[in-house]
Design a protein around this ligand. Structure first.
Ligand code: PLP
Length: 403
């Protein structure tokens, strides 16, 4: 069966050019970059090249990039690292109610250890108000952590004005940019962040590698203890092929970013408008314009998101409901709940995320299949019943079950 993959926010396929760049670092250039001999130094050189490429993509200096095992580790290092390092200055951290679990669960961990966390609410589109951030700062605040774009609904947050507020208050500012780096322009100076998380597998690089940007002068504590790698901030022998892969992915992204963002925005809008035209009782979740170029998130009334996702899978279409990371959890998505959706609408969400290998024909295919799948599921839905004789139809030929 021909498959249409629309789950690029969960992970992207590794670009074949990236794979090609990585291959020699498994067998030919296999030295430990900490070794002083030729084999080690060759590997070290490759790491430094990759560091420069990642730095260039986000407007950073090379030495401000620390390689990690991915976005989750970068988020953990940013939050726990700053919390531990600045404990004597204060114990208050500001974040949002729509962060990825990598930030959310780290906050819960810190909360249990005596830190006070403010989880700022968002508006109906998932936007944070910069003034709410300003108001939440107190003299114990040591860190603000606000994601650049939300992984579920695609809303892009007003990071620059928050960066200014953080700088004025002298508070460290971290942003989880796992969904934006490589997809929309990211410049750490324009954003005004001190720390920023990156994950390779979201930008056509390999899984299990990422980076944390740490502005010069910002000093989180290390969470890993052992060797002196990565300026003593991340002990452990480097994942050389992975880091080379991240570097190559960053280099390719830099070349393609503007054109690809424009192409995907066109496909995204075609999919959104096509769905809204063809299926009634559907709502777009997330911001209509301050939105990732590749994100479509809808709630389809009277249908469970899980059923929709699984039925589409049987049709060869890979999507997700809520966040892929929480797809084993039937609790409604914390992000959709934070946007104010009632639980039944939060449970009826479908996320389609597009990417480099999404073609116009894929979008047309989905627009052909989705109305049929939704109609079939609605016909079986316990959330609906057939209209009784003399009762007005709601347009599906079905009535919402009021019981
Ligand atoms: N942050 C965000 C916004 C994400 O979307 C993800 C992955 O889904 C992560 C962090 C975790 O990144 P990784 O899978 O590299 O650990």
């Amino acid at each position: 069966m021909e498959r249409v993959y629309l789950d690029y926010a969960a992970t992207t396929p590794t670009d074949p050019e990236v794979v090609q760049a990585m291959v020699p670092y498994f067998t030919e250039v296999f030295g430990n970059p900490s070794s002083i001999h030729h084999c080690g130094q060759e590997a070290k050189e490759a790491i430094e090249e990759a560091r420069a490429k990642v730095a260039r993509l986000i407007g950073a200096q090379d030495e401000e990039i620390i390689f990690t095992s991915g976005g989750t580790e970068a988020d953990n290092l940013a939050l726990t690292g700053v919390a531990v390092a600045r404990e004597s200055k204060g114990n208050h951290i500001i974040t949002t109610s729509i962060e990825h679990h990598a930030v959310m669960e780290t906050c819960h961990f810190l909360e249990k250890r005596g830190f006070q966390i403010t989880y700022l609410p968002v508006d109906e589109y998932g936007l944070i108000g910069p003034e709410d951030v300003r108001k939440a700062i107190n003299n114990r605040t040591i860190l603000i952590s606000i994601m650049h774009a939300n992984n579920e609904v695609g809303t892009v947050e007003p990071i620059s004005p928050i960066g200014e507020i953080a700088r004025e208050a002298g508070v460290y500012f971290h942003s989880d940019a796992v969904q934006t780096v490589g997809h929309i322009p990211v410049d750490v100076n324009k954003l005004g962040v001190d720390l920023l998380s990156v994950s390779a597998h979201k930008l056509y690089g390999p899984k299990g590698v990422g980076a944390l940007y740490i502005r010069k002068g910002t000093k989180p504590a290390s969470l890993m203890h052992g060797g002196e790698q990565e300026r003593q901030l991340r002990a452990g022998t480097h994942n050389v092929p992975g880091i080379v892969g991240l570097g190559k992915a960053a280099e390719i992204a830099q070349q393609e970013i503007n054109e690809e963002a424009a192409r995907l925005t066109g496909l995204r809008d075609r999919l959104i408008n096509g769905i809204l035209e063809r299926i009634d009782h559907v709502r777009l979740n997330g911001h209509p314009s301050s939105r990732l170029p590749n994100n479509v998130n809808i709630s389809v009334d009277f249908v469970e998101g899980e059923s929709l996702c699984l039925t589409l899978d049987l049709e060869g279409i890979c999507t997700s409901t809520g966040s892929a990371c929480s797809s084993s959890n039937l609790e409604p998505s914390h992000v959709l709940m934070a946007l104010g959706l009632p639980p039944e609408q939060a449970r009826s969400s479908l996320r389609c995320t597009l990417g480099k290998w999404t073609a116009e024909s894929d979008i047309e295919h989905v627009l052909g299949v989705l109305p049929r799948v939704v109609a079939r599921l609605r016909a079986m839905s316990p959330l609906l019943r057939k209209p009784l004789a003399g009762e007005e139809s709601n347009g599906h030929g079905l009535e919402k079950n009021k019981s």
